[in-house]
Design a protein around this ligand. Structure first.
Ligand SMILES: Nc1nc2c(c(=O)[nH]1)N[C@H]1C(S)=C(S)[C@@H](COP(=O)(O)O)O[C@H]1N2
Ligand SMILES: [Mo]
Length: 363
């Protein structure tokens, strides 16, 4: 007998009402592609209401010709459709102890929609990069004043930069998500998709691309979305959060689910990494002491999670079990126990404990 329950309704948890910050339950994981209503929403400022007829994308800075592209012009350029796993850098923050400030995400601030748009490379090539170009700053139309984690000097716009090697590689300026125009919360009419990077790089409500010759030091990659990195044997230095760490998450059983004693339960989940492919997923049913290999279900595909499953023989006796999953990627990176304090409330990738209750069983 299989203990897998039917899919439960996927109503999101409202982590913050205004602006909406929404977390769909990860236990609703089904296909490799996440339907739009199953994708979390993370917004720092009220979502701007933009009119696609009047909206323009401005490209300036160290380019040969400053451009202003209309929505129609962008849509007439050759399009690309890609699936990309996007995870908020603060996903799993609820598992940190002591508690860290910020949205208390559980397992649901990650998803893999399919995006359609124009390669950022094509737009930058149309403007023509000057030889001293180093980075491109992406700025959104949304703005406001923040007081936490630091105070902004009045209203600022959401913005992040990308080094040119990334910008010219696989970044897409997307106008569609799962075949439909972007919804307002997901960045209508245009947003960046940055495969392999945490979600903060995927600037929504895009309005400006500005090419610079020095590293951008905006709020969202210095005061916020940065971490202390140890390197070169020196004391830690502040770096912007960029590529996703390797991670596996258990979708089913959901945390605090009940499993029938003695049953064979199909443990399922997904695993992803920022560079290369996930090559191995292991599951522990004794809180992380012993591990056994799970079966990877999807073919490796750059920037896209792989679903996995593991047939778990639940204990014959009632009790509490802590399940964990951990992934390893093609670069040999895996998930260490414990959280590097230098990462603060970001880049949380220790194997997460999923507590389940074993009940009933054979008469
Ligand atoms: N303009 C703008 N872009 C943004 C944000 C924002 O607040 N404003 N939030 C970022 C963060 S932190 C994440 S995790 C992703 C979330 O994208 P989603 O809401 O479409 O899931 O968008 C990023 N892009
Ligand atoms: Mo995020």
């Amino acid at each position: 007998m299989s203990g897998s329950p039917a899919l439960l309704p996927a109503a999101p948890v409202v982590r913050q009402a205004e602006p909406p910050n929404l977390e769909p339950p990860f236990h609703a994981l089904d296909g490799r592609i996440t339907p739009t209503e199953g994708v979390y929403v993370r917004s720092h400022f009220p979502a701007p209401e933009l009119d696609e007829k009047r909206w323009r994308l401005r490209i300036g800075g160290l380019v040969h010709s400053q451009l202003e592209l209309s929505f129609e012009e962008l849509k007439s350029m050759p399009a690309r459709t890609i699936a990309a796993t996007m995870e908020c850098a603060g996903n799993n923050r609820i598992y940190l102890s002591p508690r860290m400030p910020g949205v208390q995400w559980d397992l649901g601030a990650v998803g893999t929609p399919e995006w359609t748009g124009v390669p950022l490379r094509d737009v930058l090539e149309r403007a023509g990069l000057r030889t001293n170009a180093l980075e491109v700053v992406l700025e959104g139309a949304d703005c406001g004043t923040l007081t936490d984690p630091g105070r902004t000097p009045g209203d600022i716009h959401y913005a992040r930069s990308l080094p040119l090697d990334k910008a010219l590689d696989d970044v897409v300026l997307a106008y569609a998500m799962n075949g439909q125009p972007l919804t307002r919360d997901h960045g209508f009419p245009l947003r960046a998709v940055v495969p392999g990077w945490y979600g903060m790089a995927a600037v929504k409500w895009l309005r400006t691309l500005h090419v610079t010759d020095s590293p951008y030091q905006g709020f969202f990659q210095t005061v916020d979305y940065s971490f202390w990195q140890k390197r070169d044997g020196l004391s830690p230095q502040m770096r912007p959060v960029t590529t996703m760490l390797v991670k596996a998450q258990i979708a089913r059983p959901a945390p605090h689910a009940t499993v029938t004693a003695g049953s064979i339960y199909e443990v399922t989940g997904a695993a992803w990494t920022g560079e290369g492919d996930v090559t191995r997923v292991e599951v522990s049913s004794d809180g992380g002491h012993t591990w056994a290999d799970a079966e990877l279900l999807d073919a490796p595909l750059a920037g896209v999670w792989r679903r996995w499953r593991f047939s778990w023989h639940a204990p014959e006796e009632p009790g509490t079990v802590i399940l964990k999953a951990r992934a390893t990627d093609s670069a040999g990176r895996t998930q260490e126990e414990g959280h590097d304090a230098g990462r603060g409330g970001y880049m949380i990738n220790f194997p997460l404990p999923v507590t389940v209750y074993v009940k009933g069983g054979r008469p």
